[in-house]
Ligand binder design. Sequence first.
Ligand SMILES: [Ca+2]
Ligand SMILES: [Ca+2]
Length: 248
Amino acid sequence: MRKFLMLVLAVFCLTVLAVAEDPFEGLELKIAYDFDFWDEDDISYGTKDDRDLFFSDSQAGVSVLFSGTRESAFKDEGKKDGLAFRHESIWEAGATKNYVAFSLEQRHDFNMYAYDEFPDAKYFTIYIDLSNYSKNFEFYPIIYEQDYNEDGSKAGVSCLAVKGGVKFYLKSLEGELTTGKTLENWVKIPKGFVGRIYMPLDDYVPIWGTADVNGKFDGLEVIRYKFSLVDIGNKGEYVLFDEFGFLL
Ligand SMILES: [Ca+2]
Ligand SMILES: [Ca+2]
């Protein structure tokens, strides 16, 4: 009898552990922005010469250069073709370093996922490759989206950022899942990390004077991503991003 109880207990513990190890169980990844429709190596992106207007705001051409590159392009499924977003520092030591942030528009006609809906998504995920960046990577992953009143009618636009002190996840290319704690509206990704990060949307709150009337991430009209970087690294260092998506 005692042996049986031990067995039951062991099975129970294993089950609990297994659930705890997969925070994404039952959730489906929907890609929102894959950069594959960019032109390869076009360094006008984000600058005043950018005719495609993928960015509504950035310092590209001043402190950083943006381009689409085959290097470290990522696919969650299938072969790894397509492009990734290369965010490169051109900052010369000693020169004035500009505040660096970019606003990338989700709703662009070239983006095949531009007008997709991600209703009540639980996580915002980004593939990130820090192989060519020499520090921990610190940034603010901010999302603008349409907010709704309790009756379903449109409210204003929410500018949403993560609360401090909550858990987020990192999954390396090898599949190892680890966790980190957020800081106030920003996260620190360990030096050299390559893989996906997962931000908990239930812990996203409105900032900069905006409201979230119904108190949740709606995901029906994602407008843009605003990433603000604490440091851009030394000249020639770069960070690669790919496959922004939502888990729902
Ligand atoms: Ca891609
Ligand atoms: Ca809302």
